[in-house]
Design a protein around this ligand. Sequence first.
Ligand code: SIN
Length: 334
Amino acid sequence: MSKRKHIHILATGGTIAGAADSAVQTTGYRTATLGVEAMLASVPHLEALARISAEQFLQIASADMDVPAWLALAARVNALLAAEGDEAVDGVVITHGTDTLEETAYFLNLTVASSKPVVLVGAMRPATALSADGPLNLYNAVLVAAHAATQGKGVVVVMDDAIYAARHVQKTSTFHTHSFKGLEYGCLGTVEGGVVDYAYAPLKIHTTHSLFARPLPPSLPKVEIVYAYAGCGAGMMEAALAQGAQGLVLACTGNGAFNAAMREFVGRHAGQCVFVRASRIPSGAIAPNGEENDDLFGTVPAADLSPQKARILLMLALSAGMEGLAIVPLFTHY
Ligand code: SIN
C-alpha cells in the first residue's frame, strides 16, 4: 500500500483568504483576511486526501508581492522539499492572490530545485461569497499536489477545475472564475469529480533542470517594464535607466515593434542596459529579427513570455552574470 502523502500548505493571502460583510458582495471586499486555519476549516475533506500541515507564510494582497518575498518563498519551498525523515514533505500548495499568481508561479518554476509537486491556487471570489470558488480550488490543488503524475511537471497552477503550466498561465479576466488560461497552449489537464487527468507535460526547462534552481543572492538586479502605446516617447525608458535599471522589458505593440522614439533610445543605450522585446498582446511569440533588427540593436526577443514573466527571467539571468547573446536562448528554452 502506498504511504499517505504529506502536503504542506503555504498561505500568502489574496482573495482566497478574502472576506466581505455580505455573501453577495464579490467586489470591494477585504482581501488577505482569513488565516490559514480558517481557510482549512472550510475544506475538512482535505484530510482524506493527504496528511496536511500548514503555515501562514504571508498575509498580503498579491499586488504587494515583490522580489524579496519571492526569494524568501523559493528558499522556504526548497527547504520543505529537501527535508527528510518525519519532516519530509511530498508536495507544496501555495494559496495566493490571483493578481500576480502567474508571476510567483513562474519565479518558482525557475528556482525550485525539486521534482516534487508545487501547486499554486487562488480564488476569484472571497471566502464569504455565494458560490465561493476558493474551497473547491484548494481541494483540487491538494488533489493535484498529492497525485503521482504531478511529479516532474514543474510548478503548476490549479484554478477552476484545470491545471496550467507556470510558463504559460495568465489571468485573463478581472472577475470571472474562469479567468486563468494557458492561451495558445491550453491546460495540462483537468480535475473533475476528484479525478486528476493530465493530457500534456511542459517541455520548457524548469525546476531541477533550471540554471537558477540553486541558492539565490539576497537581491536581484533591477529590471523595469515599459509599456508602449501610440505616440509614446522615450521618457519612461529614460527614467528607468536613471533609477538604475540594468534591464528593460518593453511591452511593445504587435510583434515587438518600436516606434521611432523607442528605436532611437534603444540604439543609443544598447550596451548600457539589456533591452527585451516583449509584447502587450497576450498571445503569440516575438519573431527574432522580425519587426526589429535584434542583431543590430542587441535586443532580446521575449519569445512568448509576457512582459511580467520576461522581467523575472531577465532578473535571474542578470543575477547569474549572464550577458549579451548568452541571454537570448533562455527566452525560448525557459
Ligand atoms: C490579490 O491578488 O491578492 C487580490 C485578487 C485576487 O486574489 O483575486
